[in-house]
Design a protein. Structure first.
Ligand code: HEC
Length: 159
């Protein structure tokens, strides 16, 4: 064996030895953090996993007396029809279409409106509440009470 071969072999063995050393260190570290099969059934881990993967909503199947008591329908406060501001309802909801005649909405006070008004308030109110062609029920605001729609129609008729 020549000298160069000798040096090469020494260095090569040194490199191999270092690599083996690193591998052993890695194995030891990995062993410390590895999840053993026992951990998979560790109750606290399982609950944690279940908590984190809960569905967003669930159906409530148990109804207690207390639930029934709190869920009892609350009678809506009687609304004094006179207290409803038809003009305000018209301005915030109906005028969106009716002020400019969007999609053929009759403009209060116009000839077209007069034709509608001739049908009588009862039918106008019925159509305003239930919708008519491009006119959405309650002008698209289903949260409005019938009384509010009636007040708005009356406001429109008064123009
Ligand atoms: C999205 C637009 C839009 C909104 C908002 C809207 N309307 Fe209309 N409305 C229309 C259109 C379009 C018509 C015409 C429908 C037709 O005859 O084809 C109409 C027609 C009417 C008529 C006449 C119905 C009839 O029998 O001829 C009344 C009354 C009326 N609207 C009341 C209201 C009231 C009250 C509101 C607010 C609560 C309202 N509208 C909000 C579009 C709208």
């Amino acid at each position: 064996m020549s000298d160069t071969d000798d040096i090469f072999l020494k260095r090569f063995s040194l490199v191999i030895a270092i690599l083996v050393g690193i591998a052993i260190v890695c194995l030891v570290i990995a062993g410390r953090y590895a999840v053993s099969p026992d951990d998979a059934v560790n109750p606290s881990r399982v609950t944690l996993a279940n908590d984190r993967t809960l569905p967003v909503g669930a159906v409530r199947t148990e109804i207690t007396e207390a639930d029934l008591a709190t869920a009892a329908p609350v009678a809506p406060e009687p609304v004094d029809p006179a207290s409803i501001d038809g003009a305000a309802v018209y301005t915030t909801v109906c005028s969106m279409c009716h002020a400019a005649g969007v999609a053929g909405a009759p403009i209060p006070g116009s000839d077209l409106w007069a034709e509608r008004a001739a049908k009588g308030e009862e039918e106008l109110v019925h159509n305003a509440i239930n919708g008519l062609n491009a006119m959405p029920p309650k002008g698209g605001r289903l949260d409005l009470s019938d009384a509010e729609v009636i007040a708005a129609v009356e406001h429109m008729l008064a123009q």
